[in-house]
Design a protein around this ligand. Structure first.
Ligand SMILES: NC(=O)c1ccc[n+]([C@@H]2O[C@H](COP(=O)([O-])OP(=O)(O)OC[C@H]3O[C@@H](n4cnc5c(N)ncnc54)[C@H](OP(=O)(O)O)[C@@H]3O)[C@@H](O)[C@H]2O)c1
Length: 224
């Protein structure tokens, strides 16, 4: 049985991903801020993870590593959007956003890398909000909004790109994936994609062997 580790499975896209992977016969290791979720399954185990706490990241990875034989797919899904209504950088919010979306996610991944099986896939849930190409007035629906979030996802994209090079010798693929505009707390209720539809597409990409170090949406390459 293959194993997928997905961060942030208590709600939103992460929840739909956990349900999809379980339905497809994977063992799922999930995380939530509280360590508890209202989903039970014989192939599901849940760990408490707060990506803003280095100490917590270290102990979470230690527990996961002790209890698993190896991870085939890691999906770094957990993330925050604190500046939805802002049009200028608020340094406090930027710090908090980077701590979770970037530094905590990198810390978690780096500590886990030795537990990821050769032939595995690391998927970072990013966003077109982090695309430099899409940042101009012509291509962005919200060119002025949420700069902190955009900065965090642009930097996360660079992490995927650099990690992809390092992981080549272990034959581990690294991808950035845009999930679409999804009806969750982050996406809001007007978004055009359900979490389940987003999860279907992310699942397809995660179980495939795409070119490493690329940015994907529904199997198509996105510009950085
Ligand atoms: N929705 C969209 O339109 C959209 C578009 C592009 C990209 N994305 C990305 O998709 C991913 C999932 O977001 P979503 O839309 O499903 O939003 P969501 O419903 O708000 O879910 C966010 C998830 O992140 C977890 N989380 C928040 N802070 C955390 C922390 N400090 N440590 C660990 N986990 C934490 C939450 O855990 P708890 O439930 O335990 O609090 C929750 O599971 C994010 O990376 C987001 O940036 C979303």
């Amino acid at each position: 049985m293959k194993t997928a580790l997905i961060t942030g499975i208590d709600r939103g896209i992460g929840r739909a991903l956990a349900e999809k992977f379980l339905a497809e016969g994977y063992a799922v290791i999930g995380t939530s801020l509280s360590g508890e979720i209202n989903l039970t399954h014989q192939n599901l185990s849940v760990y408490q993870l707060d990506l803003s706490s280095p100490k917590n990241i270290a102990s979470c990875v230690q527990s996961i590593s002790q209890n698993t034989k190896g991870i085939d797919i890691l999906i770094n899904n957990a993330g925050i959007l604190l500046d939805k209504e802002e049009t200028k950088v608020i340094v406090d919010k930027l710090r908090k956003t980077l701590e979770v979306n970037l530094i905590g996610t990198i810390d978690f991944t780096e500590r886990l890398v030795s537990s990821i099986n050769a032939g595995g896939h690391i998927v970072n849930i990013s966003s077109t909000a982090g695309s430099l190409e899409y940042a101009g007035e012509a291509k962005s629906h919200y060119p002025y909004h949420y700069p902190d979030y955009k900065i965090s996802k642009a930097a996360l994209n660079m992490y995927a790109r650099t990690l992809a090079l390092r992981m080549k010798e272990k034959n581990i693929i690294v991808s950035s994936v845009h999930p679409g505009w999804v009806r969750t707390e982050i996406g809001g209720e007007c978004a055009d994609v359900s979490p389940e539809e987003a999860a279907e597409e992310i699942f397809k990409t995660a179980i495939s062997r795409p070119e490493t170090g690329q940015f994907w949406f529904k199997g198509e390459k996105l510009p950085w």
